[in-house]
Design a protein around this ligand. Structure first.
Ligand code: NDP
Length: 327
């Protein structure tokens, strides 16, 4: 493979730049990778993507990120992580990776359909996006009772009634988590059965606090400023269709996530959903020199702290890889 790419040339129509370590994505994984890579003198360049700071910036209070005994807001934590990386020289830039050619090294990444980055190593930390139902009310009550992360926001609803939408393992897990401290948890399931694994189904059914609303779909939410309830359809589209109203303070979406791996899929192995496959216990992908960290490769834990951990691992592996290549 050609690792002797030309030096930086940032001018003119071509706008090609050669760098040692490119990080795509600015959530906890990307920022942590940037801290480690910059301290290792890899002069990392990080493109922040469409949602600078990642999913954490969509939550309000974060109480479970170590080092913040009083809690902090998601945007604050991300700002701190970014500052820490910049302190050691990481180069944060606006822009989205729109194309990737990983067929040879240096890897060729297109930013905003125009600029070309040639990177000796690539750290993919593009995260995952929670799926929403597509209701106007989800936007209206964002930060006012609607959330796609029970682990992040559930605790604010202790002693209250909440609903979780979905029938997979995530929905079951989140409903069970919420049942630890909420008064009542409705699980809104669109079919007459759960998709979750049997063990999770059994736990949900056994729970005294969870009421499964089979064959229900959400029509809308209501409330003055914050969520106070939801209107559901029961057996929508059948002759028995009825409307049901439930009183809730929190409305949690758990209908799946979409890993942001689309532009890499031609080269990088992913599972059937699109999560990047890594060598067990490492951030290594099927391509030497390309590493994946954070939610784009994690469908199980999906926490800011686990993302940060894998970001650290990716940077360490990038450093080792470059050391081997550069002799
Ligand atoms: P899944 O795709 O497994 O399940 C999504 C659920 O949401 C399904 O029940 C689906 O309904 C429902 N759903 C989808 N769209 C809508 C909609 N528009 N309206 C109402 N309901 C909808 O996603 P998960 O996030 O639950 O899991 C993803 C993967 O991660 C799975 O492989 C899962 O096993 C794994 N996982 C593993 C965990 C663990 O091992 N601890 C924890 C969490 C996840 P329907 O069933 O009708 O399609």
């Amino acid at each position: 493979m050609d690792t002797s790419a030309p030096p930086a040339e940032n001018t003119g129509a071509t706008d090609i730049e050669k760098i040692r370590c490119l990080i795509i994505g600015s959530g906890p994984a990307g920022c942590t990778a940037a801290i480690y890579a910059s301290r290792a003198n890899l002069a990392p360049v990080l493109y922040e993507g469409l949602q600078p700071g990642g999913q954490l910036t969509t939550t309000t209070e974060v109480e479970n990120f170590p080092g913040y005994p009083e809690g902090a807001t998601g945007p604050d934590i991300m700002e701190q992580l970014k500052k820490q990386a910049i302190r050691f020289g990481a180069d944060f830039r606006w822009g989205e990776a729109t194309e990737a050619d990983l067929s040879s090294r240096p890897f060729r990444i297109t930013i905003d359909n125009s600029k070309i980055i040639l990177a000796d190593t690539l750290i993919i930390s593009t995260g995952a996006s929670a799926k929403y139902l597509g209701l106007e009310d989800e936007k209206k009550y964002a930060g006012g009772g609607v959330s796609a992360c029970a682990t992040c926001d559930g605790f604010f609803f202790r002693g209250r009634d909440v609903a979780v939408v979905g029938g997979g393992d995530t929905a079951a897990e989140e409903a069970l988590y919420l049942s630890n401290f909420c008064r009542k948890v409705y699980l809104i399931v669109r079919r007459h059965q759960l998709r979750a694994s049997q063990v999770m189904q059994d736990r949900v059914i056994k729970s005294q606090k969870i009421e499964v609303l089979w064959e229900h779909q959400t029509k809308g939410l209501f409330g003055d400023k914050v969520v106070e309830g939801a209107v559901l359809w029961h057996k929508k589209g059948t002759p028995e269709e009825t409307e049901v109203t439930i009183k809730i303070d929190g409305f949690f979406l758990a209908i799946g996530h979409r890993p942001n791996s689309e532009i890499f899929k031609k080269y990088i192995d992913t599972d059937e959903v699109g999560y990047i496959k890594t060598v067990h216990g490492t951030p290594k992908t099927n391509i030497a020199g390309v590493f994946a960290c954070g939610d784009v490769q994690d469908k199980v834990y999906r926490q800011a702290i686990t993302a940060a951990g894998t970001g650290c691992m990716a940077a360490i592996e990038a450093e080792r890889f470059l050391a081997e290549q550069e002799g």
